[in-house]
Design a binder for this molecule. Structure first.
Ligand code: ADP
Ligand code: MG
Length: 323
């Protein structure tokens, strides 16, 4: 099977739609955004053994590769429409590729995102890079930089679950319902696309949580030029998480575990009823975590008492690490 046969068999669904004038099969894709809309473009590369265990089931690899991009699109308040796929493979195993494609299309179809092109190469390890292109009406864009002193800080879902699930995968889970739920949260992240779109005009700033809530909230506060506090007793720790880890471990996973693909956002206090309505309409849990203030830095409190907490978030290239 050469790469053209591979593309034809697994990735070219011959999709024709109003907003794809030219798709897979030519030198480039030609796309039609809604008149007057802006384009939002995101890309995310996943390397086997770095971003997921190399032994992870192919359908999960495919699903995650798309979902992590949908999460970035969500964090901008945009609507995902198209994607391209750059795939580097050590070998072309048909069963494995069919499962990868099924996972990818499952994540993409949930938001009617069409695969419109890509690139396929052979290499020594599996690398999957997905670009998602979305659109947004002018004035609807959400960014990291709008948080203001006095705003509340919120998070969606139950952070820490995905990181817990990854650990259970790696160290052998017991196979109970709670561990299955945590593993599912790592394998099948649910991008908060609809909720984010409903937060346009309500949220003052937003970031998606990929590297851990503490580090990503720090990035948001820095981009906004403000300080914040995060109250540990308000962290929405899931029953599944607390059934497998003690409170301190659960907090550590929620703050620094990574792979959540939840949203962390800020909004003024008078936005609470709109946030509640968006949460109810989408079925996505939203929890208030803390407060934005003037100054710089993120302070943690536990039942009101200041606690020392430092975490840098994951970095691929650390200074002086020699790599
Ligand atoms: P080119 O040589 O012009 O870059 P290719 O021969 O690499 O084009 O690819 C042929 C067509 O298949 C192009 O339209 C490209 O976008 C598409 N394509 C290549 N790899 C993939 C893939 N993994 N998924 C979807 N489309 C792909
Ligand atoms: Mg070409």
């Amino acid at each position: 099977m050469d790469e053209f046969e591979l593309i034809r068999r697994f990735f070219d669904r011959q999709q024709v739609s109003q907003d794809v004038l030219v798709g897979i099969g030519d030198d480039g894709a030609v796309l039609t955004p809604p008149t007057g809309s802006n384009i939002v473009s995101v890309v995310d590369t996943q390397v086997a053994g770095v971003h997921f265990p190399a032994t992870l089931e192919a359908s999960h690899i495919g699903f995650r590769a798309v979902a992590v991009n949908l999460s970035d699109i969500a964090a901008m308040g945009a609507e995902p429409r198209w994607m391209t796929l750059a795939l580097t493979l050590p070998e072309a195993d048909p069963d494995w590729l069919a499962a990868l494609a099924a996972g990818m299309f499952e994540a993409a179809d949930a938001f009617a995102v069409a695969l419109v092109g890509g690139d396929t190469t052979r290499g020594s390890q599996l690398v999957i890079s997905v670009q998602v292109i979305g659109t947004i009406a002018p004035g609807q864009t959400l960014t990291r930089s709008g948080a203001q002193a006095g705003d509340d800080i919120f998070v969606t879902g139950t952070p820490g679950d995905a990181a817990a699930g990854l650990r259970l995968l790696q160290f052998g889970a017991k196979g109970d319902a709670h561990s299955d739920e945590l593993i599912e949260r790592f394998c099948r992240p649910q991008a908060r696309v609809e909720l984010a779109q409903m937060l346009a005009g309500t949220a003052s700033s937003i970031i998606d949580v990929s590297d851990g809530l503490f580090g990503d909230l720090q990035k948001l506060l820095l981009a906004s030029g403000v300080a914040g506090t995060l109250e540990w007793s308000q962290l929405p720790l899931s029953v599944a998480l607390e059934s497998h880890f003690d409170r301190q471990q659960a907090i550590e996973l929620a703050l620094s575990g990574g792979d959540d693909y939840e949203l962390c956002f800020t909004a003024p206090p008078d936005a609470l009823s709109r946030i509640d309505a968006a949460s109810r309409a989408t079925g996505v849990q939203v929890s208030k975590l803390g407060k934005v203030s003037a100054g710089a830095g993120l302070t943690c409190t536990d039942n009101g008492r200041v606690v020392e907490y430092h975490h840098e978030g994951y970095r691929h290239f650390k200074e002086n690490s020699g790599s």
